[in-house]
Write a protein that binds this ligand. Structure first.
Ligand code: COA
Length: 146
């Protein structure tokens, strides 16, 4: 995949697309071909949203480089967000903090930055890259007042 996503090409890409806990997934099509993907992973916990019940993450969001800039990413994210709302899931995500288009997209759509931390996985060079953690619009972190 272009532009560093995923940072390490998985040994089994199909398995990578359906991580443990994957509740559901969608693809976007362009010209009859798959051009993007997103999934929602449930049963997660995170210290930045301690006490949150039914927490889920957006995962494996990408759009093929040739199909970008046509709102497919926004549509995939909106679909995942609508699913989470329907299932009463609180949705979050993390993203590598290198100033790529994903951060711009999340912030444009109102996702709220709630933490910055080292990734819980290692890059090919063994380092833990900084990630940003976002909560979906209307989501509440533990520190938010009632
Ligand atoms: C993040 C990503 C999914 C966005 O997909 P997309 O379909 O291009 O998203 P959208 O079209 O809805 O919005 C992309 C933004 O780039 C702008 N854009 C315009 N032309 C563009 C082009 N040719 N290429 C990329 N972006 C373009 C869009 O207007 C929009 O602007 P804004 O959000 O800064 O206001 C895509 O860039 C991607 O797959 N990146 C690599 C994987 C990745 O980082 N995934 C996130 C992991 S957490």
């Amino acid at each position: 995949m272009a532009d560093r996503y995923p940072l390490s090409w998985p040994a089994d890409p199909v398995r990578w697309l359906s991580p443990a806990g994957c509740l559901t997934a969608w693809v976007a099509e362009s010209g009859g071909a798959v051009a993007g993907h997103v999934c929602v992973v449930g049963g997660v916990s995170d210290p930045a949203v301690a006490g949150a019940r039914d927490l889920a993450t957006v995962s494996r969001l990408f759009v093929a480089p040739t199909a970008r800039g046509r709102n497919l990413g926004e549509s995939l994210l909106a679909t995942a967000t609508a699913y989470a709302a329907d299932q009463s899931l609180q949705l979050m995500l993390d993203v590598v903090d290198y100033g790529g288009p994903a951060v711009a997209l999340y912030e444009r759509l109102g996702w709220r930055l709630i933490d910055r931390r080292p990734a819980n996985w290692t890059a090919p060079d063994g380092t833990r890259l900084p990630v940003r953690v976002y909560l979906a619009p209307n989501g509440r972190d533990a520190s938010a007042p009632d």
